[in-house]
Design a protein around this ligand. Structure first.
Ligand code: UD1
Ligand code: MG
Length: 444
């Protein structure tokens, strides 16, 4: 994407999001493993803004901490009292009042800009109206709750639904809350805002009708939009946005050569990557940080998180992997196997009922049913690791008490508890003489 020179971005993120009924600020609610604000900041990166100003207010510390951790370089302005979207932008003047380039203003709860074409289209449109105010305008089937956009006596106006008359309410062109404006032209418009509206707020939208009197030309850039992208104000709207995002992600994966069986039952994260010729069964969930090589199979009800999977691996049904898991080529994990913060080498198998945590497991290892690595001493988590050499093979119900090393090629018998390091290619068992009393059971 070509990016505008000297671009500043303002994101409105000070509101409480009353309709979310949450103690958390709205923009930190999210989907696909990332807050709405994170999706927005990521979508802005291709535009390479020279400054990104986030307006914070409700839950400011949390919002600012999130930005600093994930998108360093953001600047913040605090809007201590939320007096409306126009007021929010007014409080940016001390920071951006002298900015000479374009400014893109976005509402932190609108997800329309996640489509890469939308911001590029707006930026391109604005180059033809560089001294003016360029508005994104969205045509939606159901604009309920949104500000309506229309021409009135040759002027563009945005009227909030609460201020609309019946005829205005019929208008399907709605305000997505994404504007591009020539920096110096913005501040005089904001100074003229008034609170004479149904919500007694300073509406940013009113700058549109004021612009022509200040010699600032207004241009509309029309795009089609889904209702869900137009603003997340409630939990139901958040779920609708998630559903839309997931549908797009599934399509993207399938277009990239991945077979999804029952695609609508599979859920992915913003950074999920799956290579071609992989097959994903029903009810598979990929949390954050999952990278799957091509030619793998993720069987039904598998839940992955923070995991790399090598080519040819067969995972699940009912496998669970947690952050820090690296599975080599042709690894097999089966039913009710949990792996955490562990590496499994090429061709290693754990097919039934196991917990493998904080372990370095070599190649071609066979972990028998119920093999467990034990490193929790019931009070504090002992970070000790378990090491299992290549070609080792554990009997059912082997417990490896960390820190411990099962040397290359070691075999363990069923039910063995390994507390000491073993010798390569040894057999280790806890076998005791079996007690046999013939006929005893009949006496009971
Ligand atoms: C707003 C628009 C509406 C548009 C819709 C798109 C106005 C007056 N209305 O309505 O035309 O169709 O978005 O979704 O602009 N915020 C602040 N400070 C404030 C008030 C709001 O930072 O004082 C932030 C909120 O955190 C939010 C964004 O601005 O991220 C939008 O505010 P919201 O209350 O959701 O506006 P809507 O009623 O959705
Ligand atoms: Mg909103």
């Amino acid at each position: 994407m070509t990016h505008p020179d000297n671009l500043a971005v303002i994101i409105l993120a000070a509101g409480k999001g009353t309709r979310m009924k949450s103690t958390q600020p709205k923009v930190l609610h999210g989907f696909a493993g990332r807050p709405m604000l994170g999706h927005m900041l990521a979508a802005l990166q291709p535009l390479k803004p020279s400054r990104t100003v986030v307006i914070t207010g409700f839950g400011a510390d949390a919002v600012e901490a999130y930005c600093n951790a994930h998108f360093p370089g953001c600047e913040f302005v605090r809007q201590t009292e939320q007096k409306g979207t126009g007021h929010a932008v007014q409080v940016c003047e001390p920071l951006l009042g002298a900015h000479q380039g374009p400014i893109i203003i976005l509402y932190g709860d609108v997800m329309l800009n996640l489509r890469p074409d939308v911001l590029a289209t707006l930026a391109q449109h604005h180059t033809k109206n560089a001294q003016g105010l360029t508005l994104l305008a969205a045509t939606v089937a159901d604009p309920t709750g949104l500000g309506r956009m229309f021409e009135d006596h040759g002027r563009v106006r945005i009227v909030e639904e609460k201020d609309c008359d019946e005829a205005q309410r019929q208008v399907k062109t709605a305000n997505p809350g994404i504007y591009a404006v020539h920096g110096p032209a913005l501040w005089p418009l904001l100074r003229e805002l008034k609170t004479d509206n149904a919500q007694a707020e300073l509406y940013l939208t009113d700058i549109v009708a004021l612009a022509p009197d200040h010699g600032t030309p207004v241009a509309m850039c029309k795009v089609p939009a889904e209702r869900a992208e137009m603003g997340v104000n409630s939990r139901a709207e958040l779920a609708a946005m998630d559903a839309l995002w997931q549908a797009r992600k599934r399509k993207e994966l399938m277009d990239g050569g991945v077979t999804l069986i029952g695609p609508e039952t599979c859920f992915f994260s913003h950074d999920t990557a799956i290579g071609p010729d992989s097959v994903v069964g029903p009810f598979v969930v990929c949390g954050v940080g999952v990278t799957v090589a091509g030619g793998t199979t993720l069987n039904a009800f598998t839940h992955l998180e923070g995991t790399q999977v090598g080519t040819g691996a067969i995972i699940g049904p009912y496998s669970r992997t947690r952050p820090g898991t690296v599975l080599g080529e042709n690894v097999h994990l089966g039913n009710f196997v949990e792996v955490k913060n562990s590496t499994l080498g090429q061709g290693t198998k754990a097919n039934h009922l196991s917990y493998i945590g904080d372990a370095d497991v070599g190649a071609q290892v066979n972990l028998g049913a119920g093999t467990i690595t034990a490193n929790y001493n019931s009070k504090t988590k002992v970070k000790s690791r378990t090491t299992i050499g290549n070609h080792a093979s554990t009997g059912s119900q082997t417990v490896l008490v960390a820190p411990v090393t099962l040397a290359e090629g070691t075999m363990t018998g069923a039910g063995t508890i390994i507390r000491k390091n073993t010798e390569a290619y040894s057999l280790v068992t806890d076998a005791k003489e079996q007690l046999v009393k013939p006929g005893y059971a009949k006496t009971k």
